[in-house]
Ligand binder design. Structure first.
Ligand code: BTN
Length: 263
């Protein structure tokens, strides 16, 4: 995975830092950010010994089968816009998966998961460094299950996780999948910096897993239930509740009225 022959980007991934094994590519990328490394560097690992998910969860990172990588970004945007970056990254992953011509229909689950057939294939963890109102760096970590086999999944992940292999019975060259994600991400990221999320809302809407469904949002233990009414320009999920539309800026969305355990 040291070379990406299909990479067509100008900046993103041109500096690719590969390692066999690391704790977390997000941590490595954070270190590079602190050292003043310019944006665009991508850290990728064959396995992570302390892969991190959102809300202090672990990210299952078996060796040599999936993609675990982190992008160092230094967007020229105000703090408020940064919240919508995970959706841009999610859209890039979804479009890249569609471009593999494997008949897959990935869905975006607000705020930053990609699911296929109701099971999670990709998780995104964006971590921001900021000074006053200025974004210094956003570490965008992406875990994408590529050639993972069902039998390698820990039992607790069985009903909730999937991979490109599990969905198609086909193996994919991880370098090509990575190049497809980065190729797709770079133009979206450039446009997002100047125009925000608005131009992407129709593409997100087309792939929005939650739209029109009854969901519960866990906001640090406070559960709000309603119908998902899409995503708005600032990245918030619009929740139709009995009291009207509630924009939700953070939290975990669970389909149904009772929160379930997430992955
Ligand atoms: C989630 O769904 O909870 C987010 C998962 C993010 C996992 C990726 S794998 C590469 C990068 N390094 C990490 O430690 N986490 C992210």
């Amino acid at each position: 995975m040291k070379d990406l022959p299909l990479l067509q980007t100008k900046i993103i991934g041109r500096d690719l830092r590969y390692c066999e094994s690391t704790g977390s590519t997000n941590r490595d990328c954070e270190k590079l950010a602190n050292e003043g490394t310019p944006e665009g560097v991508v850290v990728i690992a064959e396995t992570q010994t302390a892969g991190r998910g959102r809300q202090t969860r672990e990210w299952f990172s078996p060796k040599g089968v999936n993609l675990y990588f982190s992008l160092l970004l230094r967007p020229d945007v105000e703090l408020a816009r940064a919240a919508s970056l995970p959706l841009v990254a999610g859209l890039a992953v979804a479009e890249a998966v569609e471009s593999l011509d494997a008949g897959l229909e990935p869905r975006i689950k607000w705020p930053n998961d990609i699911l296929i057939g109701g099971r999670k294939v990709c998780g995104i963890l964006c971590e921001m460094q900021a000074e006053a109102a200025h974004v210094r760096a956003i570490i965008t970590g992406i875990g994408l299950n590529v050639n993972l086999r069902e039998e390698s999944l820990p039992e607790e992940l069985h009903p909730r996780a999937t991979s490109l292999f599990m969905e198609t019975g086909r193996s994919f060259a991880r370098t090509d999948v990575l190049a497809a994600v980065l190729n797709r991400f770079e133009p979206l990221y450039t446009r997002w910096q100047s125009e925000g999320l608005a131009p992407f809302l129709p593409a997100i809407r087309k792939r929005d897993l939650l739209y029109g469904t009854t969901i519960s949002i866990d906001r640090l233990g406070d559960i709000v239930t309603g119908t998902a009414d899409g995503i708005q320009e600032d990245g918030a999920l619009r929740l139709q509740t009995t009291g009207g539309i509630l924009p939700v800026y953070s939290g975990e969305a669970h389909i149904g009225t009772v929160p379930t355990i997430d992955v």
